[in-house]
Design a protein around this ligand. Structure first.
Ligand SMILES: Nc1ncnc2c1ncn2[C@@H]1O[C@H](COP(=O)(O)OP(=O)(O)O)[C@@H](O)[C@H]1O
Ligand SMILES: [Mg+2]
Length: 400
């Protein structure tokens, strides 16, 4: 049977998808270097700021966070990984999950460090915390012993764990993905405790990732948040890093790209990691030989784009109600290419209605993570290429 593909598809190293660890985590040396430095300094009891990394969906925030978690674990830190959620039931869920994640991290820590003494006290604190943060305290019936006030209970718990970690030359970190979706009360409690532990020289680090509006959300919650963290924007990869993301995984198995092929793919993806993985996967599956050529790259872009139009974009589009789609369509046509966002007043004009009429639709789109508010009075899509995709969908509908 003749076959188009030379490379075995099952060996395909590229991994387009949400939160999938890429075969080569390219171009994030700054963040990895800072975290490495933080780990080394923590060993010497020098406490630095936590980290906040913000960027659009699909730029690789979760992948980077997972890498940092791995580094912290290697150094026997007490690591807790959690994620903000927007759903109505999310608040209780996130808090309960945080409680059980902390419990699990403590168990792991005590086993690794072969310690028992003192750990019961911490477990007890977590138990209380889990009750405080669950639905019980939301109805103001705190467990005896717990204050029932989230910030005080979070503070006591985090401080105690950080002390236990410090005594053993370790540190405590809470990693929060999609941090913009954390409920305001828990977010504020975590910022307060990060502030206090920094003042007390305790090794507790909040490491957060989220959409581009995350830094502003933190400052709104606590004005001193801007001084608590090392902030970085996770953007598209530069050309050298994008080339690494494509080439290194191929080279590991004896394949390569011609320079023109790489250049062409980088240009088509703008260095956006999700698209690099998607096009990388496509070129692997269709290339006729171990050296991937410009023709292969052209074909891969067609296939990759069709894949994106069949999955990445429509899953977003279809999550929206008809009214929300109407809003996004107006956004797509009102958008200012140069700033990548649209003014809500302009969108209202396009829709021929006043701004408030579409307020609920806009809020719901924000909750679904499809759009975000980069600054007051403006909205933007949370993934690149969405406006173009919507234009393609609408053109197709007009054709039918
Ligand atoms: N530094 C990187 N180099 C190459 N590919 C990456 C990099 N970071 C992430 N990716 C890939 O990009 C896609 C999106 O990554 P993800 O971490 O889910 O992004 P985000 O959390 O920002 O939405 C995944 O397919 C992942 O493998
Ligand atoms: Mg993510």
């Amino acid at each position: 049977m003749p076959t188009l593909s030379y490379m075995e598809p099952e060996l395909n190293p590229y991994r387009p998808g949400a939160g999938l660890q890429p075969p080569e985590l390219a171009g994030r040396q700054d963040q990895i270097g800072y975290f490495d430095f933080l780990i080394i300094r923590a060993k010497r009891h020098n406490i630095d700021r936590g980290m906040i990394m913000s960027g659009l969906r699909g730029v690789g925030k979760t992948a980077l966070m997972n890498k940092l978690v791995g580094m912290a674990e290697t150094h026997s830190w007490i690591c807790v990984v959690t994620e903000g959620q927007t759903s109505k039931y999310g608040v209780g869920d996130v808090r309960r999950r945080l409680g059980s994640e902390i419990q699990a991290a403590l168990v792991k820590f005590s086993i690794r460090q072969r310690i028992n003494a003192g750990m019961e006290r911490l477990s007890e604190l977590v138990g209380r915390f889990s009750v405080t943060v669950g639905p019980v305290s939301l109805e103001h019936h705190p467990q005896p012993g717990a204050t029932g006030l989230l910030d005080l209970d979070v503070e006591e718990l985090v401080t105690q764990i950080a002390r236990a970690a410090q005594d053993r030359g370790s540190a405590f970190a809470i990693f929060v993905d999609e941090m913009q979706d954390l409920d305001p009360e828990l977010l504020s409690a975590l910022l307060v405790v990060q502030h206090k532990t920094q003042q007390q020289g305790l090794p507790f680090y909040l490491i957060g990732t989220g959409l581009p509006n995350l830094p502003a959300a933190l400052t709104t919650s606590r004005s001193y948040a801007e001084r608590l963290f090392n902030y970085s924007v996770i953007g598209p990869l530069n050309d050298a890093a994008a080339a690494d993301a494509l080439e290194i995984p191929a080279q590991r198995v004896g394949c390569s790209y011609t320079p023109e092929a790489v250049r062409h793919l980088i240009k088509a993806t703008n260095g956006y990691p999700y698209f690099l993985q998607e096009y990388g996967r496509a070129i692997w599956n269709l290339a006729g030989a171990k050296t991937f050529t410009l023709d292969d790259a052209r074909a891969a872009i067609r296939v990759g784009q069709a894949q994106l139009d069949a999955g990445f974009f429509p899953t977003r589009w279809e999550r929206a109600t008809p009214r929300e789609r109407e809003y996004m369509a107006a956004m797509a046509t009102s958008g200012d290419e140069s700033v990548g966002s649209a003014s809500t007043a302009e969108i209202a004009r396009t829709l021929g209605q006043d701004r408030e009429a579409f307020g609920p639709a806009r809020q719901s789109l924000i909750r679904k993570g499809l759009i975000y508010v980069p600054e007051r009075g403006r909205v933007a899509f949370s993934v690149p290429g969405m406006a173009d995709y919507i234009a393609r969908v609408l053109a197709e509908q007009d054709d039918n």
